[in-house]
Design a binder for this molecule. Structure first.
Ligand SMILES: Cc1cc2nc3c(=O)[nH]c(=O)nc-3n(C[C@H](O)[C@H](O)[C@H](O)COP(=O)(O)O)c2cc1C
Length: 220
């Protein structure tokens, strides 16, 4: 199937237009569109093709409110502790960043991953070896990495649908409350939360490190 873009540079131009969106219009997002976001996540590569991910798609207003409230409570607790020390100014209003994008999003997606046994490590031990002497996929947290790839596909699909989205680590402060609310039980665990909704206005592009700063070339 041909790419929807004329060429590589056109694809790159489009990738550059994706933003983390933190303000949304009130309109709900169609179920068919949300299903395409999950379909997009399914296309991601994963370690040993285990597809270790799952996604809670929360559109219920009361369930969203409960998530936001749980984060607010934890943020307030964290603030109270930090303000007892000498770094209250460093923290500032950082806590707002933990839940604000969710506050007006009509959809909250909670991505989850599960670990799998370290197959190669187990095989090494079955041969009498010491797994700590070898590095395996476990060293790169392969299931969590795979789920990050799925989240990126979801974010790009949202962008292509004209939606805004913001993947957030902030909700992790209320991880146990949110997992309980959404009945996320081991072996699954949440990896942040994604605010999704119709775009109001695309924010300005934040600065990016240059290719020179991040690429290490090993060439002949
Ligand atoms: C793992 C991860 C965690 C993030 N956590 C938050 C967050 O808690 N709150 C928030 O507003 N944005 C969060 N972001 C969005 C980043 O701030 C954003 O990606 C970055 O500033 C670059 O902006 P851009 O996505 O528009 O290019 C997170 C992004 C990632 C990948």
């Amino acid at each position: 199937m041909t790419a929807p873009f004329a060429d590589g540079p056109a694809m790159l131009d489009w990738l550059r237009t994706r933003r983390s969106v933190r303000n949304f219009a009130a309109d709900p997002v169609d179920r068919a569109v949300l299903e395409r976001l999950i379909e997009a996540a399914r296309t991601a590569p994963s370690s040993s093709n285990r597809q270790p991910w799952r996604f809670a798609v929360v559109t219920s207003a009361s369930a969203r409110q409960a998530i936001i409230e749980a984060i607010r409570i934890r943020v307030a607790e964290i603030e109270t502790v930090i303000r007892r020390g000498h770094h209250a100014d460093d923290y500032g209003n950082y806590g707002d960043f933990f839940f604000e994008p969710l506050a007006n999003a009509p959809v909250i997606v909670v991505p989850q991953f599960r670990d799998y046994p370290d197959l190669i490590g187990n095989l090494i031990e079955s041969g009498g070896g010491d797994r700590s002497q070898f590095s395996t996929a476990a060293a790169m947290h392969a299931e969590r990495c795979s789920t990050s790839a799925a989240v990126m596909a979801l974010l790009l699909q949202a962008h292509a649908e004209g939606l805004g989205a913001c993947w957030m680590a902030g909700p992790m402060v209320a991880r146990h409350d949110i997992e309980r609310q959404l009945r996320i039980a081991r072996p699954f665990q949440m990896v942040g939360a994604i605010a999704v909704g119709h775009l109001q206005q695309a924010p300005a592009a934040p600065p990016r490190k240059s290719v020179e700063q991040i690429a290490q070339w090993f060439q002949d």
